[in-house]
Design a protein around this ligand. Structure first.
Ligand SMILES: NC(=O)c1ccc[n+]([C@@H]2O[C@H](COP(=O)([O-])OP(=O)(O)OC[C@H]3O[C@@H](n4cnc5c(N)ncnc54)[C@H](O)[C@@H]3O)[C@@H](O)[C@H]2O)c1
Length: 439
């Protein structure tokens, strides 16, 4: 919404949220999320045509277009628990819109939702009318955290799904007119509502599947003495495969991949497509397996005990350039190491506050250290979980000097110079390639 406001100074954008504390943060000098370039975009537009406000009937009544961007987490209760999308926030939004918005207001489904959610939305919004009072569009968001502002300014495509007929067409064109302000026509794709909904889920499923595929191969590489980075380079040079998203690592995280995959699995199960459901479920299972085997390997290399050993955890965010830790592999890794009674010293350039919240209440010794050198001081092992570029630039000779012997680096992202670390004296355990161990 900030990017829309920035690109269209004559369009008034008002962001509302049931979480009033969050709205207060958006109005303050410290935004509630870290995202490169976002502070500048908000600073330009806020108070001019970008406003953050509590939800009031007046705000909704004044809107020509309402974007619904509420969370759609995995259900934690009842039917579909642990699999299906929890659509309560969506439905509540629909009822609030119905109560306060003017007829004719275009409702845009921005959240990632199961197929046919827009249909349900439309039925709630248009239950009382013969005609469509509230045209409902699907406009799923393809931005990635860490590069969100760039992705919004230069998206590969913007997708608008609408219902067939003149009302749907007119609504789709009204939304497209906003994006046309900074995007060329060919970037805007029009589909049916259901195709739009399923395209977003499919895109995330395919991206997650690539990660699980290369991670599954990384284990095979380790067992056969091959090098997964070499394999990635070779297969990625095939244009049909492409080089991106082929880095083996400790697995995917973030708020979307797991929930969207589980959503597909659940949907397929409901439709009786059990083989298809099992296929996508395996993508999630391989991801969990990757985290489990990473921590098992750490334990095995550290002589099968980490009790009381200081482990420096480099990175907690689910990926670099974000403070988001939702479903970060770091959470599962830290939990397992704590179960083994290791002492954790966690460092991350942005995510330490969220890390402290995620691990709150867990028994054991956990330190949060903004300075990676302080985290690594006296450590038995450095465990790299998030490939922040800052970690590559550290002085590892200094870290080695302060480390316990034998000193280990477990590089869960293959981000570091393994040969260089080995020559400094570290034992180096990369992902998907032979370890470099001093005898
Ligand atoms: N985070 C991403 O990178 C990303 C990318 C693409 C799509 N999405 C999708 O966008 C949606 C939102 O994701 P997010 O990461 O921003 O979630 P989030 O949990 O950070 O934000 C959702 C916000 O909606 C608010 N909310 C809930 N119910 C509300 C209601 N009835 N009225 C007003 N506000 C309400 C919550 O208080 C919260 O602040 C999800 O469906 C997600 O799958 C996210």
């Amino acid at each position: 919404m900030a990017v829309i406001a920035d690109q269209c100074p004559d369009v008034r954008v008002t962001v509302v949220d049931v979480n009033e504390a969050r709205i207060a943060q958006w109005r303050s000098a410290t935004l509630p999320v870290f995202e490169p370039g976002l502070d500048e975009v908000v600073a330009r537009a806020r108070g001019r045509n970008l406003f953050f406000e509590a939800i009031t009937p007046q705000v909704l009544a004044a809107a020509d277009v309402i974007f619904v961007c509420v969370n759609t987490p995995t259900k934690t209760f009842g039917e579909g628990k642990g699999m299906a999308a929890d659509l309560q926030y969506w439905e509540k939004s629909a009822r609030t819109i119905l109560q306060h918005a003017r007829k004719g207001t275009i409702v845009v489904e921005k959240s990632t939702v199961p197929v046919r959610t827009a249909e349900a939305m439309s039925r709630i919004l248009n239950a009382r009318a013969d005609d469509e009072d509230f045209p409902v569009l699907s406009n799923p968001e393809f931005l990635a955290e860490g590069t969100a502002v760039r992705d919004l300014l230069q998206p590969e495509r913007v997708l608008i799904g609408s219902r067939p007929g003149p009302a749907g067409d007119a609504a789709a064109q009204a939304l497209a007119a906003i994006y046309r302000r900074w995007l060329p026509e060919e970037k805007i794709l029009f589909t049916s509502v259901w195709s739009a909904e399923l395209s977003k889920l499919s895109a995330n499923a395919m991206l997650a599947q690539r990660i699980s595929s290369i991670n599954a191969l990384s284990e095979l590489c380790e067992r056969t003495g091959a090098d997964v980075q070499e394999v990635s380079q070779v297969i990625g040079s095939d244009r049909r495969i492409g080089p991106l998203f082929l880095q083996a690592g400790v697995g995917f995280g973030g708020s979307c991949f797991r929930k969207d995959l589980l959503n597909i699995v659940y949907m397929c199960g409901q439709l009786g497509l059990h083989e298809v459901a099992a296929y996508w479920k395996q993508v999630v299972d391989i991801n969990d397996h990757q985290v489990a085997r990473f921590t098992r390997d750490i334990l095995a290399h550290l002589f099968n005990t980490v009790v009381g050993k200081r482990m420096a955890i480099f990175g907690f965010a689910f990926k670099p350039e974000t403070d988001d830790t939702r479903d970060s592999p770091a959470i599962a890794i830290c939990r397992r190491l704590l179960e083994e009674r290791a002492e954790l010293a966690i460092t991350d350039p942005r995510a330490l506050d969220n890390a402290a919240r995620d691990l709150a209440g867990l028994p054991g010794s956990i330190h949060f250290e903004p300075d990676p050198y302080a985290a690594a001081r006296g450590a038995h092992a450095v465990v790299l979980v998030t490939d922040w570029p800052q970690f590559r630039a550290l002085d590892y000779a200094r870290i080695f000097a302060d480390a316990q012997r034998p000193a280990f680096v477990f590089d869960g992202r293959n981000a570091l110079d393994h040969r260089g670390l080995f020559e400094l004296g570290f034992n180096v355990v990369p992902m998907g390639k032979p370890p470099l161990l001093h005898r």
